[in-house]
Design a protein around this ligand. Structure first.
Ligand code: GDP
Ligand code: MG
Length: 309
């Protein structure tokens, strides 16, 4: 059988399960997950390698209206996703009721002219008879090429889904080496894992006010030395993040280190700091620092076109 390869994007409103699905299919954490909406800020590519195919899965920030500089970057990330895509997949939480967010997501996918799949997620939490009316409801709104009930958490229905995607891909070589599972630089993934642990350790407004920048990432013999700063917007948030006697920050650091050691396959020496940067989400310069893809492009521009031999 000829090898197939291509790009599949997962879009949907915040909390539908986009990142969970990508992680489950890749078999590695490439995108952070939390019960709090709007965790994913950048477009993340996870690579699903099979003997007969390679699917580059694009996890996207949730579809919502742009408000801050940060939200605008997230919407731009979504727009850039449509280029060169083979299948667009709208994922919805089948256990939640249809709302304004779903309507907005449906409006959004009309921009794509190729095949769009509907994924009804979280079927581990939904009684089967409730699925058919939901499918009808969505089919009335949009002409989906295919519909898959799945559970991103348990993997139910995911095998069929992957076969459905592969059927729509073209013959072609893989885009990435077969042992690569994401296109993110390791230091960015590391910052994301720290952010995930910080989100899980805090609540209310703190998770949204967090960002993590890596100040230093040095790879040595079997060890990575890393320094990271967690930014928040207010003094009170800083206090919450550090916790009594530094206990919360310590817990975040330990959890992040353990997970990163297993992902990177090395020992990790991690130092983390907390700083206040008022209103960073409104600050374009700060938001640009979170956008590693654009940073890499700018670096390439600075270096100019590669010399021909
Ligand atoms: P995203 O915002 O669309 O990327 O959603 P996430 O992947 O971060 O998931 C949001 C929440 O839904 C997390 O708490 C997940 O554990 C949960 N979740 C995702 N998929 C499933 C599923 O299939 N079943 C159940 N029960 N929970 C899920
Ligand atoms: Mg996500």
């Amino acid at each position: 059988m000829p090898f197939k390869s291509g790009f599949v994007a997962i879009v949907g409103r915040p909390n539908a399960g986009k990142s969970t699905l990508v992680n489950t299919l890749v078999g590695q954490k490439v995108s952070i997950v939390s019960p709090k909406p709007q965790t994913t800020r950048n477009r993340v590519q996870g690579i699903l390698n099979r003997e007969d195919a390679q699917i580059v899965l694009i996890d996207t920030p949730g579809i919502h209206k742009p408000e801050t500089a940060l939200n605008r970057m997230m919407v731009d990330e979504l727009e850039n996703t449509l280029d060169g895509l083979d299948v667009l997949s709208l994922i919805v939480d089948a256990s939640a009721s249809f709302g304004a967010g779903d309507r907005f997501a449906l409006e959004w996918i009309r921009r794509f002219t190729g095949p769009a799949f509907l994924l009804l997620n979280k079927i581990d939490r939904v009684a089967k008879p409730l699925l058919l009316p939901l499918i009808d409801r969505y089919r009335k709104e949009f002409d989906f090429a295919e519909v898959y009930p799945i559970s991103a958490l348990t993997g139910a229905g995911c095998f069929d889904l992957v076969s459905g995607w592969i059927a729509r891909l073209s013959e072609g070589d893989p885009y990435f080496p077969a042992d690569q599972f994401t296109d993110q630089p390791e230091r960015f993934l590391a910052a994301e894992i720290i952010r995930e642990k910080a989100i899980l350790a805090t609540h209310e407004e703190v998770p949204h006010a967090l960002c993590v920048l890596v100040d230093d990432f040095e790879e040595g013999q079997g060890i990575v030395r890393m320094r990271a700063t967690i930014y928040v917007e207010r003094e009170g948030q800083k206090g919450i993040l550090i916790g009594k006697g530094g206990a919360t920050l310590k817990k975040i650091g330990t959890q992040a280190r353990r997970e990163l050691e297993s992902i990177l396959g090395t020992k990790l020496f991690l130092e983390s700091f907390v700083k206040v940067q008022p209103n960073w989400r409104q600050n374009p310069a700060m938001v640009r620092q979170l956008d590693w893809r654009r940073q890499l492009e700018q670096l390439a521009d600075l270096q100019g076109p590669s010399e021909s031999v």
